[in-house]
Design a protein around this ligand. Structure first.
Ligand SMILES: *Cc1c(COP(=O)(O)O)cnc(C)c1O
Length: 391
């Protein structure tokens, strides 16, 4: 079987990635699109997603780790790859050798990079200087910015190619959140002006993540760094509508679907309590199907308590008991009411017939965000990339 001996897999629609990239690129133009493929492409597979995003119109890629950038280069991807944090000193030689574009925001980081770049002797290494405008994760304080830029400029092995920042609440709709984002953009402009006043005019400026790119036209600048949108998930339902309104009705298309097959099925008496903890009695004599995917694969154990459902035969069915490490049990309704057989497809995320379960639905049930749902899908689940373009 294509999906492996165990029938549990994630379908990855690369045509949807390319379409989402095209949509975001058109929305953000003339800003360029940087496709964020960190964390193995938000669990979708970084290399095929990167290729599809580039085919769709992205011109940059971004990753969190040097290792993630190396994986793209090993696959033969030559597009510029931005490292979203200052790399560990130990990784700088590899970052330079692989032509990854480092972010910097400390004197020590710039000095170490300068030494490595000089030793590599392959021309000036472009760096993107990051300023903290309110996210308070990583990035230089505005008060440090000029001295950091001076240090880059003074080093013949380095070149200041960009100034950038990151928004903390670009998806927010409250007055306070909108004020905060506006203030971050203003602080960014002030930071750029400070640099310009002493003669530093980095050719690229970038600010926006997916939410910023969609909701904050003023934050688009030279480049937008989109992750979530590329995977066909809008940061919020309101932003999904905003994309459609700005794109002639075209929508972001979900890329990943998580599927398995029924491996065991039988009727159980009313009152039987399937799975660990014997948590919930079956309301009637019911058909209960077992499928081989569990919390070790990223299907949260608390999905049962939260009222999680799956699709079988195009119908929403509740879990019959808690998710176990490797398997789930599904209440397929009163015995005899619907035929369910070994081999039937079970959809955890994605569409079947007219029904669809989204990462947002799981996120709501689980009290988290779609990002975490997608990234949680574990390495034991094969990703099957489909599409017109070679993966
Ligand atoms: C992850 C990340 C992004 C992408 O964010 P999305 O909300 O997924 O678009 C952009 N910029 C930085 C710095 C990030 O860490």
């Amino acid at each position: 079987m294509a999906e492996g001996w165990r029938p549990a897999w994630a379908d990855i629609d690369l045509d949807a990635v390319a379409a989402n990239a095209a949509l975001l690129a058109a929305l953000a133009a003339p800003a360029a699109l940087c496709a964020v493929v960190k964390a193995d492409g938000y669990g979708h597979g970084s290399v095929p997603v990167a290729r599809a995003a580039l085919a769709g119109g992205a011109t940059w890629l971004a990753v969190a780790l040097v290792e993630e950038g190396v994986a793209l280069r090993d696959a033969g991807i030559v597009a510029p790859v931005l490292l979203l944090s200052e790399p560990p000193v130990e990784a700088l030689a590899e970052a330079v050798a692989r032509r990854l574009v480092p972010t910097v925001y400390t004197h020590a980081g710039i000095e170490a990079l300068g030494r490595v770049a000089a030793a590599a002797g392959a021309g000036a290494v472009e760096v993107h200087l990051k300023v903290d405008t309110g996210m308070h994760r990583v990035g230089a304080d505005v008060s440090e910015l000029v001295s950091l830029a001076d240090r880059v400029a003074a080093d013949p092995a380095l070149r200041l190619a960009a100034l950038w920042t990151h928004l903390a609440v670009a998806d927010g709709t409250s007055a306070e959140e909108r004020q905060f984002t506006a203030a971050q953009v203003t602080r960014f402009d002030e930071a750029a002006a400070l640099l310009a006043a002493v003669g530093h005019r980095p050719p690229l400026l970038h600010v926006a993540n997916s939410a910023g790119a969609i909701a904050w036209p003023d934050a688009r600048r030279s480049l937008v760094r989109c992750g979530l949108g590329l995977y066909g998930v809008a940061p919020t339902p309101a932003l999904a509508e905003l994309v459609a309104a700005a794109s002639g009705g075209r929508r972001l298309e979900p890329v990943l679907s998580l599927r398995t097959r029924v491996t065991y099925v039988r009727d159980l008496e009313a009152g039987e309590r399937p799975s660990y903890g014997r948590r919930r009695p079956l309301p009637t004599r019911a058909t209960v199907a077992t499928a081989p995917i569990g919390y070790a694969d990223g299907v949260a154990r608390r999905l049962f308590d939260a009222g999680g459902e799956v699709l079988v035969g195009g119908v929403r069915r509740p879990l019959a008991g808690v998710v176990t490490m490797d398997q789930i049990m599904i209440d397929c309704g009163p015995a005899g009411s619907a035929p369910v057989a070994v081999g039937d497809e079970v959809v955890l995320l994605g569409a079947q017939g007219d029904e669809q379960i989204t990462a947002d639905e799981w996120a709501r049930l689980l009290g988290t965000i779609s990002y975490e749902v997608l990234c949680a899908i574990g390495p034991r689940v094969p990703r099957l990339a489909h599409g017109d373009r070679p993966a």
